[in-house]
Design a protein. Structure first.
Length: 224
């Protein structure tokens, strides 16, 4: 690494969270700067060709895309969070991509325009969770006793459900004891806790209510 680390962030972005978790797990000091993605500053657009967070500045060098940033941190700072075995490492990277795909499904869930679409996206999430349950061992983390980059990906994924579960019982966790245990373990991890601001739950609720979606309707109903 060539200089001070700056993580350019949006306060709700799960991809930013995974980078913040990796930075914390490796004990790396960094500054975090939140931006408004609805009004992206010119300096940010010059550094981030895709106009997305996270962006990591290592001195004067800019790195964009969360997967690339995590791999860069893995290659340049200890402790190692990937397995040393090449095959296992490739499998972990595949499950990280699985986590990113699951985030897209979650976005479809909270943006669902009606109850039918909400149910369809919820069923898809449950199927993905069942696939994860089949992959998990005795824990407490994805691959056993050691925290890995896969865990850094799924900490932010599971955080959404802290709010979803307050709206209704969607049955996401039924019959999935290993997944429930993994979720609890990640939620208690200091790096995962510190990856968001204390007001994150309130901010996420405000974001979800603004979608005017079927889920937003469920959330409003629970407040009455």
């Amino acid at each position: 690494m060539s200089g001070p680390l700056l993580l350019v962030s949006h306060l709700l972005c799960p991809y930013v969270q995974r980078v913040a978790i990796v930075l914390a797990e490796k004990g790396l000091a960094f500054e975090r700067r939140d931006i408004d993605l609805a009004h992206k500053p010119d300096w940010f657009l010059k550094l981030s060709p895709l106009g997305k967070t996270p962006l990591l500045m290592d001195g004067d060098a800019a790195i964009f895309e969360s997967a690339v940033i995590c791999e860069y941190l893995e290659e340049t700072a200890l402790p190692r969070l990937h397995p040393s075995n090449a095959l296992l490492r490739a499998q972990h990277r595949a499950w990280m991509e699985f986590g990113s795909a699951l985030l897209n499904t979650i976005a479809g869930f909270y943006n669902a325009a009606d109850e039918a679409a909400l149910a369809a996206r919820g069923a898809e999430i449950k199927r993905r969770f069942e696939q994860l349950e089949a992959q998990l061992g005795e824990g407490p983390y994805f691959a056993g006793a050691s925290f890995s980059l896969v865990d850094a990906v799924f900490g932010p994924v599971f955080r959404y459900f802290d709010v979803f579960d307050d709206s209704a019982d969607f049955g996401f966790w039924t019959g999935l004891p290993k997944l429930q245990r993994w979720r609890r373990q990640l939620a208690a991890r200091p790096s995962v806790i510190a990856a968001v601001r204390p007001d994150y739950p309130q901010r996420l609720q405000e974001f979800l209510l603004a979608r005017q979606s079927a889920l937003a309707g469920r959330m409003l109903a629970t407040r009455k």
